[in-house]
Design a binder for this molecule. Structure first.
Ligand SMILES: CC(C)[C@H](C(=O)O)[C@@H](O)C(=O)O
Ligand code: SF4
Length: 469
């Protein structure tokens, strides 16, 4: 009898089950464990108290990203809490013999950016990290998801994890994105459609012509924000685009081993006839630049739209929530998004800080200049990306335009380091979360693509990048 058709999620899952446990749980083998300074301290403390070692230090890599300043790296970290977190990570990795990407080295960066950069992220692997945006790595056809601190300890000690298998959703993106429309617009449109809880309990597989046409940077942007739709993980079957990206990276098998690996990676796709618990169809051809107006990523409209009117919402709970969001965001119903003045522009985060994102932003800026009164930051996702951008002269474009050109880190994506909004400041941001005070207490975030954020920096207000320049 032929095997039943399986999805890529099912294939990776089956290949990693070590034991089936009671209550519908499985013990999964974990191939790669990424550590940051935020969610690992108590896990190491737990190991220490139990007298345990790390089971497979070579399957683990650590980097500090959230708490690191993005300028004056040669100086000690001024904030005591941040300094302690980074130093604690450094002590823990030394004590437990875990590979560490040093803060002042060229490879340092946001953990979800450096994994793919280095070639740690490969098709078919299980990858975990104590960070929700681990979903980013799913762009390579890996099963990658965020875990909590007690699970971090479990993986450190055993290289396994107890998991209940999520349901499987297919998001089929039909047709291609129009010229000038990016993966960020696509994922914001998907979240706008299915909602921030639309994929709760699911692993999303993205497929279809619109996904196949994306480069790896775009695929990572899409998988990254699966979390903002409530999903456990997002993944995309590997193809020639994936293999071309991987070949030659430091930790990717080389020569004959690469060819052998590639042949097995080709089998990592959903079989014809495989069934999903839910299927969503998206028409890529109708997508426009997207901008959030509220305090969750579902509160999103196209640049041609206006801030919605809660009074016109049929659902009273939704209307109440919208009223609250508009109050926080200091927006009046009916205000066009285009033309809304901004104070700060942030180009960075694990959603949009790759070289392709920086190229798109620089191309939009051209010989333009940041509008007066606007503070604008470009924060590459890794030191390697920063060096690449400098080799291409992108830094010169940013600096000549009046952008600050920073070192790699999470930066203004969240307020754990000195890069923060001041209360009341309005920011055009390429990051992934826009809840109250995310970028600093009282800050107001509008999520958008790198090209849209760059255009906003020059215009001084939110503007349709298709009509810009
Ligand atoms: C600090 C960390 C645990 C958190 C996450 O899990 O996502 C952060 O990266 C974020 O983006 O909010
Ligand atoms: S860049 Fe932002 S979303 Fe990504 S890991 Fe850092 S804080 Fe989280």
């Amino acid at each position: 009898m032929a095997d039943a058709p399986r999805t890529i999620f099912q294939k990776i899952w089956d290949a990693h089950v070590v034991a089936t446990l009671a209550g519908g749980n499985a013990l999964l083998y974990i191939d790669r464990h990424l550590l940051n300074e935020v969610t690992s301290p108590q896990a190491f403390e737990g190991l220490r108290l139990a007298g345990r070692r790390v089971h497979r230090p070579g399957g683990t890599i650590a980097v500090a990203d959230h708490n690191v300043p993005t300028e004056n790296r040669h100086l000690p970290i001024a904030d005591a809490d941040s300094r302690i977190q980074v130093e604690t990570l450094e002590r823990n990795v030394a004590e437990f013999g875990i590979p560490y990407v040093p803060l002042r080295g060229r490879a340092q960066g946001i953990v979800h950016v450096i994994g793919p950069d280095l070639g740690l992220t490969l098709p078919g692997l299980t990858i975990v990290c104590g960070d929700s945006h681990t979903s980013t790595h799913g762009a390579f056809g890996a099963l990658a998801f965020g875990i909590g601190t007690s699970e971090v300890e479990h993986v450190l000690a055993t290289q396994t994890l107890i998991q209940k298998q999520a349901r499987n959703m297919l998001v089929r993106v039909n047709g291609r994105l129009p010229a000038g429309i990016t993966a960020k617009d696509l994922i914001l449109a998907i979240i706008g459609r299915i909602g921030t809880a639309g994929a709760t309990g699911y692993v999303i597989e993205y497929a279809g012509e619109g996904i196949e046409a994306l480069d790896m940077a775009g695929r990572m942007t899409v998988c990254n924000m699966s979390i903002e739709a409530g999903a456990r993980a997002g993944l995309i079957a590997p193809d020639d685009t994936t293999f071309a990206y991987l070949q030659g990276r430091p930790l990717v098998p080389a020569g004959e081993a690469f060819e052998t690996a590639k042949a097995s990676w080709r089998a990592l796709r959903s079989d014809p006839g495989a069934s999903y618990d839910k299927v969503i169809d998206i028409d890529a051809t109708g997508i426009a630049p997207m901008v959030t107006w509220g305090t969750n990523p579902e509160a999103v409209v196209t640049i041609a739209d206006r801030v919605p009117d809660p009074e016109a919402m049929p659902d009273s709970a939704a209307a109440g929530q919208a009223r609250q969001m508009l109050k926080y965001m200091a927006l009046e119903p009916g205000t066009p998004l285009a033309g809304l003045p901004i104070d700060v522009v942030f180009i960075g985060s694990c959603t949009n800080s790759r070289i392709e994102d920086l190229r798109a932003a620089a191309a939009t800026i051209g010989d333009g200049h940041v509008a007066s009164g606007v503070r604008a930051l470009v924060v590459p996702g890794s030191g390697a990306i920063k060096a690449q951008a400098e080799a291409e002269g992108l830094d010169l474009i940013f600096k000549a335009a009046g952008f600050e050109w920073r070192d790699a880190g999470c930066s203004m994506c969240l307020g754990m380091n000195p890069d923060r909004l001041k209360p009341g400041e309005r920011c055009a941001s390429t990051s992934n979360r826009n809840f109250e005070s995310r970028q600093g207490p009282g800050g107001r975030t509008h999520l958008m693509s790198p090209a849209m954020a760059a255009a906003a920096a020059v215009a001084g207000h939110i503007v349709d990048v298709r009509r810009f320049g």
